[in-house]
Design a protein around this ligand. Structure first.
Ligand SMILES: Nc1ncnc2c1ncn2[C@@H]1O[C@H](COP(=O)(O)OP(=O)(O)OP(=O)(O)O)[C@@H](O)[C@H]1O
Length: 306
């Protein structure tokens, strides 16, 4: 049987006295983007640094395509690409010079470097800037160069620490698109503290809080797990509180203004019942919205719950 691409067993790390991560277990054997979601200080960077062999763990094992990162670091690192939060770019080099240098650092055979550089430039949409100094590139293009260096040696696993950080909205769209494309033939492990970011890029999500995994499943399972429990409706003729509470499934009612009401419920069918009740009782419903926009709040709740 082929070994999995990434296997983490009982991984724990202690810096001085405090544990930064405890008993992390992860197994990935299919290409795709996986989000590592956690608040600041949750342990994302610690986990990623250990996976990339930059930090030596206190306990547990990391295998990259079956190779123990501690016992066979050189072989294992051939299968890893890393995009740290601050990409290690040499801004006085051109894109061509920089990527050639990265390929050499990765100990790629000399005769393969030229092809690898053109291929990766093409893939990352930077071929037209080959001879431009990195210092003269916009943030979005610098990030593409950062991504290019992480895949130039064709690793199976690419680790990206907060790759969306500091990009403007247009750059974000492009960089996300590129990362998704790369995830088609790599495992891309993406850390972020922003749920919507993970949501847009990843099919799988691993959530880490205070050094422990608190959720690990598909993005759709995550969506089910964090179903909204409230909605906001705006009506012209607001009913009295008891009338709303009488609708089956409504658990709590909060008047935000005299015409705007937040309704808490157990399941989403309540929305339909409220619409029906509004028609029947002439509340004159103008707007009804599930509180899905509060995903980041839900994330906070989840973190504290577990
Ligand atoms: N070099 C260090 N020495 C001591 N404690 C550390 C060190 N690096 C991190 N920590 C602690 O370990 C815990 C996990 O930190 P880590 O950087 O892995 O979290 P993170 O999820 O990556 O957060 P961020 O997004 O802020 O980087 C935190 O409590 C942090 O304060």
């Amino acid at each position: 049987m082929m070994p999995g691409i990434l296997k983490i067993e009982g991984l724990s790390h202690r810096y001085s006295s405090a544990w930064a991560i405890r008993d992390i277990n992860i197994e990935i054997d299919q290409y795709g983007a996986i989000g590592l979601l956690g608040a600041n200080g949750a342990g994302k960077s610690t986990t990623m640094n250990i996976i990339c062999g930059v930090l030596n763990q206190t306990a547990g094992n990391v295998y990259i395509h079956g190779m123990d990162i501690r016992k066979e670091p050189e072989l294992a690192k051939r299968e890893i690409g890393f995009l740290p939060q601050e990409p290690p770019l040499y801004t006085d080099l051109t894109i061509d010079e920089y990527l050639t240098y990265c390929a050499q650092l990765r100990l790629m055979p000399k005769e393969k470097i030229k092809n690898a550089v053109s291929e990766v430039k093409e893939r990352c949409g930077i071929a037209h800037f080959s001879t431009r100094l990195i210092r003269n590139l916009s943030g979005g293009y610098r990030q593409r160069v950062g991504i290019a260096q992480s895949i130039i040696h064709k690793p199976r696993l690419v680790v990206m620490d907060e790759p969306a950080n500091g990009l403007d909205p247009n750059q974000l769209i492009e960089v996300r698109k590129l990362i998704k494309e790369i995830a088609q033939d790599h495992v891309v492990l993406i850390s972020s503290h922003i749920l919507s970011e993970i949501h847009l890029m990843c099919k799988q999500v691993i959530m880490i809080d205070a050094g422990r995994i608190v959720f690990s499943d598909s993005m759709s399972a995550f969506n089910d797990y964090i179903q909204p429990h409230s909605l906001v409706m705006r009506v012209e003729e607001p009913p009295a509180m008891p009338e709303l509470l009488a609708v089956p499934g409504v658990s709590k009612v909060e008047f935000l203004t005299d015409r705007q009401i937040r309704v808490y419920f157990e399941n989403e069918e309540v929305a339909e019942r409220l619409v029906a009740a509004s028609v029947q009782n002439k509340w004159r419903l103008r707007e009804i919205t599930l509180d899905k926009g509060l995903l980041d709040d839900v994330f906070k709740q989840l973190s504290t719950k577990s």
